[in-house]
Design a protein around this ligand. Structure first.
Ligand code: FAD
Length: 403
């Protein structure tokens, strides 16, 4: 009888659990260097299981990541500190996966996932925030087949920590604003890149202004076709909203956690009115958490769509209302603030800090990743199908726009 080849094992939860256990047996967390462990996890396809083989995944359904994560957590395995590398994981990686060349995917995704290389996002400019497509940073072809970039970006989170940036710049001013943009990967250590801290309401400088002066970017670091940058940026922005609004949280894992704890531990602070408001916000937080879970499951079927805008809207409103309630509950104590010296934090730590920090930092939630007003427009037009806002500049060349 001829040998029949063994049927490939089905990648279901049981198989992934078995693969993770085999991996843990070969790389016991207690005896393995953290970075070696993370690199080996990537190479074994257990980093993000829905990515292709060879790029940290196994081509498995995205929903099965939870199976791998649970096994690794139970074994005390180190993680890649996702809060520190959120822009890389949540925005740069899906864009590189969708638009990158095989060489770009191979070069960037592994150190991005292990956290060896931090990423930032050079999108917003002083004259282009909500109206991002109006951006004025210019990229012109240089003499050696590269691009020369000049301009100013602003509100760039983590630019001071980043090795790489996703960057959009104008390559053709003679066509309407959405059409003349190209998407690049910028090396933040290159000559001509200058990063200056911007201090925010919390006293910290989480973000920066970035000045780009004659920065040379090889054409091999262009993502997508010349002039197609707006389309590429939509992938980044849709993923950004899901990354901000759709984080996986255990019950009471978000802002509601600290306020619920204070409520339980400090009966002397309770009033009837605060009780009613806390109950309502607790339910809202739980609904929002479960909706985010459902949105993540829908992602299994494809790329995030405009629904992420709704999720991010709810997240911003909830964080601001809950942190406001917490400050009221604590009274004078809620106004105490530990330190006002300018710090350069490595991550946004919502739950590990004091109530005053949460209150101040959550103000930015309705601005970052698209303001709540702009997200309402997206929900109105692309989810509910309501008439679009009048846009008189759609067919006007960017160079002829009033500025
Ligand atoms: C904490 C934080 C981190 C950030 N990190 C980054 C980053 O890493 N990289 C990056 O590129 N950017 C970053 N940003 C910038 C952010 O994306 C922009 O601030 C945001 O898109 C708004 O742009 P703007 O500040 O220019 O405000 P504007 O666009 O000038 O808006 C001003 C006001 O007008 C309203 N408005 C504007 N247009 C409309 C409209 N069509 N309909 C109704 N209302 C409208 C807005 O809602 C807002 O209230 C960050 C911002 C914050 C707060």
């Amino acid at each position: 009888m001829p040998d029949t080849p063994a049927a490939p094992a089905v990648l279901d939860a049981a198989r992934l659990r078995a693969l993770t256990r085999e991996f843990l047996a070969a790389h016991p967390p207690a005896g393995t260097d953290r970075l070696d462990f993370l690199r080996a996890r990537f190479d074994a396809g257990l980093a993000w299981v829905h990515y292709p083989e060879g790029l940290g995944g196994l081509g498995a359904p995205r929903s099965l990541q939870a199976v791998v994560d649970a096994e690794l957590e139970a074994a005390g395995a180190p993680d890649n500190d996702p809060r520190r590398i959120g822009i890389g994981l949540g925005m740069a990686a899906p864009t590189i996966l969708q638009y990158g060349t095989p060489e770009q995917r191979r070069r960037f995704l592994r150190p991005l996932w292990t956290g060896e290389e931090v990423w930032c996002q050079l999108f917003s400019e002083p004259g282009a925030g909500s109206d991002l497509a109006a951006l004025g940073t210019r990229a012109v072809p240089g003499d050696g087949g590269d691009w020369v970039v000049d301009g100013q970006k602003v509100w760039t989170s983590s630019a001071h920590l980043a090795r790489w940036a996703i960057l959009i710049a104008r390559t053709d001013p003679a066509v309407p604003k959405h059409r003349g943009i190209t998407y690049f990967v910028c090396d933040m250590t290159d000559p001509g890149v200058e990063v200056r801290p911007l201090r925010q309401i919390t006293g910290e400088a989480e973000f920066n202004e970035v000045f780009l002066t004659g920065v040379r970017i090889p054409d091999s670091r262009r993502l997508g076709a010349v002039g197609e940058g707006w389309r590429v940026a939509q992938t980044t922005l849709n993923n950004e909203r899901v990354a901000i609004g759709g984080m996986r949280l255990p019950r009471e894992g978000g802002m509601i956690g600290p306020v619920a704890r204070t409520w339980r531990e400090r009966p002397e602070l309770r009033t009837h009115d605060l009780h009613q408001r806390l109950l309502k916000l607790w339910v809202d937080a739980e609904v929002s958490r479960l909706t985010a879970e459902r949105l993540r499951q829908q992602l299994v079927a494809g790329q995030p769509g405009p629904e992420g805008a709704g999720m991010k809207l709810a997240f911003a409103r909830l964080n601001q209302e809950i942190s406001g309630l917490e400050v009221e509950l604590l009274g004078e104590e809620g106004l105490l603030y530990d330190d006002w010296t300018m710090r350069r934090p490595e991550l946004v730590d919502f739950t590990g800090r004091e109530a005053g920090y949460r209150y101040l930092r959550s103000k930015g939630n309705s601005i970052e990743g698209g303001t709540s007003e702009v997200l309402l427009n997206i929900v109105a037009e692309r989810v509910l199908g309501l008439p679009a806002e009048p846009r008189t500049d759609k067919d006007v060349a960017w160079k002829d726009l009033a500025r």
